[in-house]
Design a protein around this ligand. Sequence first.
Ligand code: SF4
Length: 331
Amino acid sequence: MKALALFSGGLDSSLAIRLVQEQGIEVIALNFVSHFFGGKDERADNMAKQLGIKLEYIDFSKIHTELVKNPPSGRGKNMNPCIDCHALMFEKAGELLEKYGASFLISGEVLGQRPMSQNFSSLNRVKKLSGANLTDLIVRPLSAKLLPITKPEELGWLDRDKLMNLEGRSRKPQFELVEKWGLVEYPSPGGGCMLTEPNYSKRLKVLEEDGFLEDKYSFLFHLAQRGRFFRVEPGKYIFVGREKEDNLKLSELKKYGSLYIAGAGTPGPAIVGYGDLNQEQIKLAQDLFSRYSKGKGKEKIQIVMNEKIVEIEKVNLERLGEDIKKYLVLL
Ligand code: SF4
């Protein structure tokens, strides 16, 4: 008997898998990859090793972006369309049952853990949305005893008595299980979905307002995930790295921008400009480089701008401070 698990890389999905493994069922973990979560992650890999499971990555970013843009069941507190997102994962996982020779699906959802998306009616709605033929095949092992009986329990594939009755937001029972099973270095409880981050959601909202919440603009979702994000005009942005990883990411994505600035002698951030920036906006990007460089805007420096060396004067820091306040979308 095999089951497919939705494996976000979070603690709850790991525990749900372990609970089902305890009943002698082989579990294959599916990590769904979108522009906002999922994908290769050291901690998730490590947890998969501890659980002794095969981990498969399923890229559904294109169809998922559609859902973020237009979620039939609405969004949560931030940009997260959790109900539809879960339903879509179940639907896609359901399509893979045959391929993996698995008989049912499991997830780490806990009744009442998230007031909007994991209450009784939402869990039910997720089941319904995922497709009629799957309705009976979705098991939530951590809360199963509080939910209607499913086909795997009815047919004795799973012993309902050995499943759990977790409810609510407390994580205490989960940490007890972690201890009991000796799991170490488990991933963060939330699984790291950017759509639940209030500040990232603000940035994404800006992109949505400017008409960029489309898969073909997904590079903007990634550019906005790190560093400083300045919206100098609707549809025109300046992205400024804050640390080494940001700079690497920006340099990877520079081909999508109209402007790329890096240091020439004076260390400083990588900067990507997006859109048809005017002279004033280009000057702002140069000043931002200078301000966040080692020179802190207080001296004349050289930069590399679109592969040409450019000299920039000392910055009027007071004026720049006002521009920063005006254009910065916080993260
Ligand atoms: S938290 Fe993110 S990954 Fe999880 S269901 Fe919500 S939108 Fe999807």
